[in-house]
Ligand binder design. Structure first.
Ligand code: AMP
Length: 395
């Protein structure tokens, strides 16, 4: 067995994990534990011995991760047979403290705990995963890889909100950005694909999944991104609103009778594609559009409008762009979105080749015409591999 890295992404009621050979860059096992805290919890695990699904009572994260570890030894072997040399943990919020992958110590845990006020839905379950995994695998280094880290280079002008600076300072209110692991991985892959040094080109990365964000990466450094203090700002997402006039929230609080929790629910879970059309899955939205549903069409138009607005803004901010890359579920699989996002921009040097765009191929690919000054790419994201490589680098 080669040396491997276990990657853990621990959420409030689920734990996703992948065992990766960092040298070959391939997964050897993966799984997901869902409905933690419920009597009908479920684990789905695949490795070289095949796939298993089991429904059982999973009381807490401890139980969940133990169940996952048991899967690795279900055929009479033991976990040590898998030769795990590091564990990489996805941590959502690193605040201004963590700008790099970091070996987890008790001090690091305490700091991530403190940052939980900025990400109350994410950091606490990330920490639960860390705590349990450190107990179960005490002899290997655990590395935290932060979703915000790639964006620590944002210039002050991009990260500062124009509110009372003392209030902002007191409450840590600034743009942090998220999906950083994906934006960095994809922008590095795009440069590799083009055979250009990472620090020699200007890039726009469009991470369009259920969550969605765009970034501007100038000469190898992130200079802007659409997500802000929280992952709610920016593009239209599956269930999140993205940009909205903050005055609308005040109005809903004052006049609409909303409580803070109701507003949170509205903006995070009942907005975006779902709020506008009733469905949050892009395939379902496309299906509604093909049936002539006008509200679904409007939803799509709002989605594309927001996307184009940021592409334009980032081109101007960087004084031009060399490559625009689509990634994540929608970005990798919805050719219509790619075509509409960049339609009619020939005089800005952007021309998508419709045949190349329509092709369904795996792996990084170019979808712009040979004479497009700006390269347009599709590059599949792989956050687990990026986390594994970061952890591997640390050890
Ligand atoms: P992610 O969060 O990256 O897993 O992306 C999830 C989103 O990708 C959902 O909105 C899916 O509907 C969308 N998606 C996945 N496959 C396709 C596809 N073949 N065509 C359009 N959208 C897709």
């Amino acid at each position: 067995m080669p040396r491997t890295v276990l990657v853990i992404n621990s959420g409030s009621s689920s734990i996703k994990y992948q065992l990766i050979d960092p040298v070959a860059g391939t997964p050897l096992a993966n799984g997901v534990v869902e409905r933690i805290g419920e009597s009908d919890g479920v684990i789905n695990h695949s490795d070289t011995h095949g796939n298993v699904e089991e429904t059982t009572n999973i009381a807490d994260h401890d139980d969940g991760l133990r169940l996952a570890f048991d899967m690795f030894s279900r055929d009479g072997g033991s976990l040590s047979d898998w030769n795990i040399v590091a564990v990489g943990h996805r941590v959502v919020h690193g605040g201004t403290v963590f700008s790099q992958p970091t070996i987890i110590t008790d001090d690091v845990v305490r700091t991530v705990e403190k940052l939980s006020t900025l990400a109350p839905l994410h950091n606490p379950p990330n920490l639960l995963g860390i705590e349990v995994a450190r107990r179960m695998l005490p002899d290997v280094p655990h590395v935290a890889v932060f979703d915000t880290a790639f964006f620590h280079t944002l210039p002050q002008a991009a990260k500062t909100y124009a509110i009372d600076s003392a209030v902002a300072e007191k409450h840590g209110i600034q743009r942090y950005g998220f999906h950083g692991t994906s934006h960095e991985y994809v922008s590095r892959r795009a440069a590799e694909f083009l055979g250009k040094p990472y620090d020699s080109i200007n890039q726009i990365v469009l991470h369009l999944g259920n969550g969605a964000s765009a970034s501007a990466v100038q000469a190898g450094q992130a200079v802007d991104t659409t997500m802000g203090l929280t992952p709610l700002e920016g593009l239209v997402m599956g269930t999140r609103s993205g940009d909205i006039d903050p005055g609308a929230l005040l109005h809903l609080l004052r006049v609409g009778g909303y409580s803070v929790d109701e507003l949170d629910q509205l903006l995070n879970r009942q907005s975006g594609l779902k709020g506008l059309s009733g469905v949050n899955d892009f395939r379902a939205l496309s299906e509604l559009i093909s049936q002539g549903d006008e509200q679904a069409k409007l939803t799509y138009d709002v989605y594309i409008h927001r996307l184009r607005k940021y592409v334009g803004a980032y081109m101007l901010e960087m004084g031009g762009v060399d490559v625009i890359t689509f990634t994540a579920g929608v970005g990798e699989n919805a050719p219509q979105v790619r075509a509409d996002a960049l339609a009619g921009l020939e005089r800005l040097g952007i021309a998508v080749d419709s045949a190349a765009n329509a092709e369904r191929v795996k792996g990084p690919r170019m979808i712009s015409t040979p004479d497009s000054a700006v390269a347009v790419l599709v590059v599949p994201t792989n956050e687990e591999l990026a986390i594994a490589l970061a952890a591997w680098d640390m050890v």
